[in-house]
Design a protein around this ligand. Structure first.
Ligand code: PEP
Length: 257
């Protein structure tokens, strides 16, 4: 993993209004040293309504923190009430956008085809998709979790070139670990992340696979970070609940640095 810069991304979900967002970003940045933020890439994924405030803060104070959105529309503009497009996110200076988060898949009916369309929509606007895959408890119990995740990866990357895939971030997020306090063991996390990289290598070549950052997500806290990041194919973490606590999140970033 030496050539891949660790990435810690905080998925705030539907939390923090735009004023609270400013406070949280400031607290995180000011508790980290410059060297720590150079060694590890630190990113926050606030709700849409806070992106403009975060952009203004980050650009105005030249803060070394990245940001992005939690979702985007499959479409670029038009009669899609309530939707937000990739071009709008790009105009707000977003670098990243999560695609296919399990909450979107489960609560908003996003299937593999929608996820694939959103990946291409993100790429069309120069955004880096953080593509989320992961199995539910039933699949884990059946022992077919590796195939489930590599199938989701295949479906989401349908039709992409190696060049497009090279810039991606993939997050392995077992659904049974998200928001449950039940973090995967380092071995379980590495098993799937290793299989995802092997699948990328098989489809797009080893060089492309080596350049993709693969994150683990699911109840990551500071106490579990070092163990998870020890996995050879794990390049960082997608952090939900713990990213709302500035001290805890900064501590996770420090451990990754
Ligand atoms: C997530 O929603 O991406 C996530 C990993 O959540 P949590 O850390 O709260 O399990």
């Amino acid at each position: 993993t030496a050539t891949r810069r660790p990435l810690i991304a905080g998925n705030w979900k539907m939390n923090m209004n735009h004023l609270e967002a400013i406070g949280l970003v400031q607290k995180v940045v000011f508790s980290l040293k410059d060297e720590e933020m150079e060694a590890a890439e630190v990113v926050v994924l606030p709700p849409f309504t806070a992106l403009r405030s975060v952009q203004t803060l980050v650009a105005g104070d030249k803060l070394a923190i990245g940001y992005g959105a939690q979702d985007l529309s499959t479409q670029d503009s038009g009669a899609y009430t309530g939707e937000v497009s990739g071009s709008m996110l790009a105009a707000l200076g977003c670098t990243y956008v999560t695609v296919g988060h399990s909450e979107r898949r489960a609560l908003h009916g996003e299937d593999d085809a929608v996820v694939a369309t959103k990946v291409t929509a993100a790429l069309r606007h120069g955004l880096v998709p953080i593509l989320c895959v992961g199995e539910g408890l039933d699949v884990r119990r059946a022992g077919t979790h590796v195939a489930h995740c590599t199938d989701q990866l295949d479906a989401a990357l349908e039709g992409l070139t190696a060049e497009q895939v090279a810039g991606l971030v993939v997050a392995y997020e077992p659904v049974w670990a998200i928001g449950t306090g039940e973090v995967a063991t380092p071995e379980d996390a590495q098993e799937v992340c290793g299989a995802l990289r092997a699948r990328l290598a098989g489809r797009f070549g080893p060089e492309t696979a080596d350049s993709v950052r693969i994150l683990y997500g699911g109840s990551v806290k500071a106490a579990s970070t070092a163990g998870i990041l020890a996995g050879a194919d794990i390049d960082g973490a997608l952090v939900g609940g713990a990213s709302l606590d500035a001290d805890e999140f900064a501590q996770i970033c420090r451990i990754a640095a």
